[in-house]
Design a protein around this ligand. Structure first.
Ligand SMILES: Nc1ncnc2c1ncn2[C@@H]1O[C@H](COP(=O)(O)OP(=O)(O)O)[C@@H](O)[C@H]1O
Ligand SMILES: [Mg+2]
Length: 178
C-alpha cells in the first residue's frame, strides 16, 4: 500500500471531506473481488450502507463480504427476520435489510443499537437508517449502462475510509499476475 489514492477522487462536501471511488464489478465474481478487498479494512463498530434498486446486487455483495470475513454461513435476504447475525473469526456481522421497514421508529424498535459497537453492520436499503450509524461507508450499486451483465459500485465515505477505497481502487491481484 502506497498510502496515496490512485483512482479515488476527493471533493469537499458541506460538512466534511468525503472520498469516493467508482468500481466495475464484472459479474458476481467481480463483486466477490471487491468484497475481498474491503474485508481486511472492516473493524468492529464499522457500518457499510448499501443502496441500489431491487436486484442491483446488494445481497450478493453482503454474501461475498461475509464469506471474505471468514464465515461459512450462506447469506440470504433476511425475508422472515429483518436482521441476521453471522459469526466470523473476527467481529460478528450484523446483516440488516430495511426494505420492509416503514420508518425509523420500526428500526429503533428492533433494539440493534446496543450491538453496533461490537459488530460489522451491513445494511441493505441503508438510506432510511443512515443517521443511526457513525461514519458509515456507503456503497451504491447500479446496473452498468455499458455492460448489462455487470454492476457499477460507487463507494463513498469520510476521509478515514481513504485506505479502504485505496485498496478497492487498486487492480485485483489476478489482473497483475500472469
Ligand atoms: N456484479 C454483478 N454483476 C452481474 N450480476 C450480478 C452482480 N451482482 C449480483 N448480480 C445478480 O443480480 C441479481 C440480484 O442480486 P441481489 O444481490 O439479490 O440484489 P439486491 O439484494 O440488490 O436486490 C442476482 O441474480 C445476482 O446474481
Ligand atoms: Mg437484497
Amino acid at each position: 500500500m502506497t498510502g496515496r489514492p490512485r483512482r479515488a477522487s476527493y471533493h469537499g462536501e458541506a460538512m466534511d471531506e468525503q472520498v469516493e471511488t467508482v468500481l466495475h464489478a464484472d459479474g458476481p465474481e467481480g463483486t466477490a473481488r471487491v468484497a475481498a478487498a474491503l474485508a481486511p479494512h472492516l473493524r468492529a463498530g464499522d457500518a457499510v450502507l448499501l443502496t441500489g434498486e431491487l436486484a442491483a446486487g446488494k445481497t450478493t455483495f453482503v454474501s461475498a463480504l461475509v464469506a471474505a470475513l471468514g464465515s461459512q454461513a450462506a447469506v440470504s435476504s433476511p425475508t422472515f427476520s429483518l436482521a441476521q447475525f453471522y459469526a466470523t473469526p473476527g467481529p460478528r456481522v450484523l446483516h440488516v435489510d430495511t426494505y420492509r421497514l416503514d420508518d425509523l421508529t420500526e428500526f429503533r424498535d428492533l433494539g440493534l443499537d446496543e450491538y453496533l459497537d461490537e459488530v460489522i453492520a451491513l445494511v441493505e436499503w441503508g438510506d432510511l437508517v443512515a443517521g443511526e450509524f457513525v461514519d458509515p461507508l456507503r456503497m451504491h450499486l447500479a446496473a452498468d449502462p455499458d455492460d448489462a451483465a455487470a454492476r457499477r459500485i460507487t463507494v463513498r465515505g469520510s476521509a478515514r475510509w481513504a485506505p479502504a477505497l485505496d485498496a478497492l481502487a487498486a487492480p485485483a491481484p489476478s489482473s497483475t499476475t500472469p
